[in-house]
Design a protein around this ligand. Sequence first.
Ligand SMILES: [Cu+2]
Length: 129
Amino acid sequence: MKKALALIVSCMLLFVLAACGEDKDAAPASGTGVTDTGVAPEAELEIIATDYQFDQEEYTLKKGVPVKITFNNKQGNHGVMIPALSLQLDSKNSSAVVTPDKTGTFEISCSIMCGTGHTKMISKLIIEE
Ligand SMILES: [Cu+2]
């Protein structure tokens, strides 16, 4: 009898834990798509994607200036990946505030296998002093 009770209690515990887990997963979906790093942006940059290119060949940012980067998927299904900023955006998670901490020329590429032109979707990110 005690065993049965213990089993029921542990089942209930599992259920409660599972329910908590679901809540956590659901939270980001109802968010605004903005990754809040607690830093107020001083600049904004929009990257627009179409089949199969980004709207600019080069994007320029300033080192040390927090910038809100917004990804705008106008055509097709693309994402943007900027390894130098540890940043990846797509239509679901479309905006983030980052602060570039190094200067140089880096690569921006598409993060989603979007089709025949995928490998051509490369632009430059220039971070100036
Ligand atoms: Cu792609």
